[in-house]
Design a binder for this molecule. Structure first.
Ligand code: EJD
Length: 398
C-alpha cells in the first residue's frame, strides 16, 4: 500500500486475485456489493465496483473510465506492458473507433454465417463420437470443439495450434497482479509469443478466412499492415480461451441442473436465451479494469484522476439489485442486460462468432443427448481474469 482510500470509501483487505477467492468468489462478491458503490483494495491501491448499475455506468462512460492505460492492473502511463498494447482492447476513441470498425466488419453476421454449416457438422460429429461414453468434458469437448472450428475459421496453419491456449492463459493472467498464476503462465512465454506473432502476418493466414480478411482493411487504407497484424493478434488472444471457458460453463450448468436441460429438450428455441443464462450465471470473464481520466464522483466518494478501477462483471451478473433470485440458473429468465460480454463501446466484437459456435454445439447436444450426467468432481482452473474448469467428468446419455 502506498496511497490511501478516498475519503468516505469503504476499505477491503481482500485480495481479489487470491486463489481461494478466485475459486469461490460469490460470498466475496456479495460483501463487495453490500459495502457500497465503490470499495478500496488496500493491497493494490485499487478501486472496485461490484453492483450491476455501477458496473454498467462505468462501462458506458468511456470518456471518464478509459481503456488506453490498460484494462488490467498495469497502468500503461506508468509501467511497461508485457507486449505492445492491443489497438482495440487497450485503446480509446478515435483509435478504437477505427480499429473496432475493422474487426466489426471481419466478424459481422454475414461473414460468420459462412461458417455455420461447418460448425454444426463438427458439433454433430463430436457428439456422435462421444455419446454414451465417459468423457472428460473440458479436454474432449470444451477445448476440442472450439479448437476444431476457431483456428480454421481464422485461417491458421495446422502446426503450432497447441500454442493458442497457453497464449490466452498468459494474456488473461497478465490483467491481474504478478502473482504465482502469472509466473506459471509465463514460464514458457517466449516460444508461445513468437509463434503467435508469426501467425499474425498476412501470408500466414488462409485466403478468404477471418484473419486474412482483416488485411482487406489494410488494402483499403483503413489500417496499416502492422495494425492489421495487431488486430489478428487480438483475434488470437481473445477468441479461444473465452469460448473454451464458455463451453465448460455450459456443460457444468446443465450437468448440475438436469431439469433445465429438459426445458431445452422440450423447446430448442430456448437455446439462445439459455446460453445467455450460462454466461450470466458463470461469467467466464470475471473482472475487467478501467482507469479514470478525471476526478469523478461515485455516490459520496471522489475518485482521483488516474485511478485504476476493477469492474466485477461476475458480481454485477448476480446482483440482487438487478436480478430476481440471481443465484438460480433459469434458462427461461429474462437475462438481457447481463455484462458477461461487457457493455458499451468495447462490448465483445466477436460475440456473434462465440454464440454461433457454442449454440451449434448446444443444438447438436439437444438433438442427441437426454442427460448430461456428472460422473465425478469438476476441478476449477484458476486464472487472474477467467473462471472456468480444467476438468468435468461427464457422460452424454443418449
Ligand atoms: C478479452 C475479455 C486483444 C484482446 C481483446 C479482448 C480480450 C483480450 C484481448 C476477451 C477480454 O485485443 O488482444 S474477453
Amino acid at each position: 500500500m502506498s496511497q490511501s482510500a478516498p475519503d468516505g470509501c469503504p476499505v477491503s483487505n481482500l485480495d481479489p486475485f487470491d486463489e481461494a477467492v478466485l475459486r469461490d468468489p460469490y460470498v466475496h462478491h456479495a460483501e463487495l456489493r453490500d459495502a457500497g458503490s465503490v470499495v478500496w483494495f488496500d493491497k493494490y491501491d485499487l478501486i472496485g465496483m461490484a453492483r450491476h448499475g455501477d458496473v454498467r455506468e462505468a462501462l458506458s462512460n468511456w470518456e471518464t473510465y478509459c481503456s488506453g492505460r490498460g484494462v488490467g492492473l498495469t497502468d500503461f502511463a506508468k509501467e511497461e506492458p508485457w507486449r505492445p498494447p492491443s489497438i482495440i482492447l487497450e485503446a480509446d476513441p478515435p483509435l478504437h473507433t477505427r480499429t473496432r470498425g475493422v474487426l466489426s466488419r471481419a466478424l459481422s453476421a454475414a461473414e460468420i454465417d459462412r461458417f455455420s454449416d461447418t460448425f454444426r457438422q463438427k458439433a454433430d460429429a463430436l457428439v456422435s463420437e462421444l455419446l454414451n461414453r465417459d468423457v472428460e468434458g473440458i479436454a474432449d469437448i470444451a477445448e476440442a470443439y472450439p479448437l476444431s472450428v476457431f483456428p480454421d475459421a481464422v485461417g491458421l496453419v495446422s502446426s503450432g495450434r497447441e500454442n493458442l491456449l497457453p497464449y490466452g492463459s498468459m494474456a488473461f493472467n497478465a490483467f491481474g497482479p504478478r502473482n504465482a498464476l502469472f509466473e506459471e503462465a509465463f514460464a514458457n512465454a517466449q516460444p508461445v509469443a513468437e509463434w503467435i506473432g508469426a501467425q499474425c502476418q498476412r501470408e500466414a493466414l488462409a485466403e478468404g478466412c477471418i484473419g486474412r480478411n482483416v488485411f482487406l482493411s489494410a488494402d483499403d487504407g483503413e489500417v496499416s499492415e502492422d495494425e492489421a497484424a495487431l488486430l489478428v493478434r487480438s483475434l488470437l488472444t481473445a477468441g479461444l480461451d473465452t469460448t473454451v471457458h464458455g463451453t465448460g460453463a455450459m456443460l457444468l450448468a446443465f450437468a448440475s441442473h438436469p431439469d433445465q436441460w429438459q426445458v431445452l429438450k422440450e423447446d430448442p428455441r430456448v437455446i439462445r436465451n439459455a446460453f445467455n443464462e450460462v454466461l450470466r450465471f458463470y461469467s467466464p470473464v470475471q473482472t475487467f479494469m478501467r482507469t479514470t481520466t478525471r476526478e469523478v464522483n461515485v455516490g459520496e466518494v471522489i475518485l482521483p484522476e488516474g485511478q485504476k478501477v476493477v469492474l466485477f462483471l461476475a458480481a454485477a451478473n448476480r446482483d440482487p439489485r438487478a436480478w430476481d433470485n440471481p443465484d438460480d440458473f433459469d434458462v427461461r429468465r429474462r437475462n438481457v442486460g447481463h455484462v458477461a460480454f461487457g457493455h458499451g463501446i468495447h462490448v465483445c466484437v466477436g460475440q456473434t462468432l462465440a454464440r454461433m459456435e457454442i449454440q451449434a454445439l448446444i443444438a447438436a447436444l439437444v438433438d442427441r443427448v437426454e442427460q448430461i450426467e456428472l460422473v465425478g468432481h469438476p476441478q476449477w482452473r484458476l486464472n487472474n481474469t477467467l473462471r472456468g474448469l480444467s476438468q468435468i467428468p461427464i457422460r452424454l446419455r443418449g
